[in-house]
Design a protein around this ligand. Structure first.
Ligand code: NDP
Length: 352
């Protein structure tokens, strides 16, 4: 049998307070439709943390499992797994294949898992493991937001804040591939030029700071860049003044799509923009979209994977937190704790 290590919680709260690592036995020979998986890598996404805090609307049910005295849930929603063995009724997977969960709330923060085949989606090994481990949330969200809301044509402009986020970096690259022009708003920093160069190399048309975004004077520069073309779409993961100032850049009939709230401040759209520019403000949630539009998760992942295969979407910067093969519960726990603590300093990936 295999001793699986699982990061779980029995009550909601700060991850460093409520998470713990336990181990449990898994049979090495799965039965029927079961598939035995070994984790390759799993990311730490903002929504994973919000789930554990109990403030995220979609979360796994706390239930009696893994020999725990109270009901528990396993952390993590995204990840890449390797098939170790399959039951005799499994038809589409074999030992060595790569899979990702078919849906959210899978509980990916663990070393091994026994899953039904129907809960898994096979991934062709045409992209890197890190890309496969993170394809379902951030690049897929960027792709859907750029393609589902406005009928953007090559040469059209969109604007986004959180330009340095994983979603933002994906939107820059996908936008470039679709022939779109982008303006990405980032927070100012000492090494701003380095970041601007990096995003420009990814395909950003323009990168501006929050201060430039807030300046009326700078609005003229933007109008020169766009050469009078209306900016049709704004993607917001920050909120607050940053978002309000970004909405001012939208053209007539433009759409604001809000998908995150990193500043924890509400979204304010000036009344005049609603009335005189006929701005539409919408929310985006990938979990709801994939329920609402059947097949959209697979279609999106396929489209994004193709861009990765073609080199249009490059392996973005991630920080790997390795777990050794014979790690104890405590060692696994420490790796996750460190990755969680650094999760506001770039995308953290726990690698098994
Ligand atoms: P990352 O961890 O890669 O990046 C977070 C970004 O937020 C960084 O660029 C950081 O800026 C920026 N940021 C943090 N705090 C602030 C602040 N106070 N003001 C301005 N910017 C800030 O994040 P992800 O790409 O994984 O996710 C980005 C957002 O998208 C999150 O809010 C996430 O919840 C959301 N999301 C939503 C989805 C949906 O379906 N609705 C799907 C996927 C993601 P800096 O670079 O300066 O540090």
């Amino acid at each position: 049998s295999i001793r699986a290590k699982v990061m779980l919680y029995s009550q909601y709260g700060q991850p460093d307070q409520v998470l713990r690592c336990v181990s449990h036995e898994l049979p090495s020979s799965p039965k029927g439709k079961e598939v035995l998986l070994q984790t390759i890598a799993c990311p730490i996404n903002p929504s994973d943390i919000n789930q554990i805090q109990g403030v995220y609307p979609s979360r796994p049910e706390l239930k009696a499992q893994y020999g725990q005295s109270e009901p528990v849930a396993v952390g993590g929603n995204e990840g890449l797994f390797k098939v170790l063995a399959v039951g005799n009724q499994v038809s589409g997977l074999k030992e060595g294949d790569w899979v990702i969960p078919n849906n959210v709330n899978f509980g990916t923060w663990r070393s091994h898992v026994l899953s039904e085949e129907s809960a898994l989606m096979k991934m062709e090994k045409t992209i890197s493991a890190n890309q496969a481990a993170t394809i379902a949330v951030n690049p897929s969200s960027a792709y859907q937001m750029l393609t589902l809301y406005e009928d953007l044509k090559p040469g059209d402009w969109f604007i986004q804040n959180g330009g340095n986020s994983q979603v933002g970096r994906s939107a820059i690259q996908i936008g470039k591939k679709l022939g779109l022009n982008s303006i990405s708003i980032v927070r100012n920093r000492d090494n701003l030029k380095e970041l601007v160069d990096e995003l420009t190399a990814l395909g950003a048309t323009k990168v501006i700071t929050e201060e430039e975004n807030a300046s009326r004077e700078f609005g003229k520069t933007i109008a020169e860049w766009t050469n009078g073309k209306p900016i049709k779409l704004a993607l917001n993961c920050v909120g607050g003044d940053n978002c309000t100032n970004m909405v001012r850049k939208l053209g007539q009939d433009g759409t604001l799509v809000t998908y995150g709230g990193m500043s924890m401040k509400p979204v304010t759209v000036p009344t005049t923009l609603f009335i005189f520019k006929n701005i539409t403000a919408k929310g985006f949630w990938i979990s709801a979209n994939i329920q609402r539009i059947p097949g959209s998760r697979e279609d999106t992942i396929k489209a994004v994977q193709k861009m990765m295969e073609d080199g249009d979407l490059v392996d973005v910067k991630m920080y790997e937190n390795p777990v050794s093969a014979d790690a104890s519960e405590d060692e696994v726990f420490q790796v996750f704790q460190k990755a969680l603590a650094k999760s506001n300093q770039g995308k953290q990936l726990v690698v098994f």
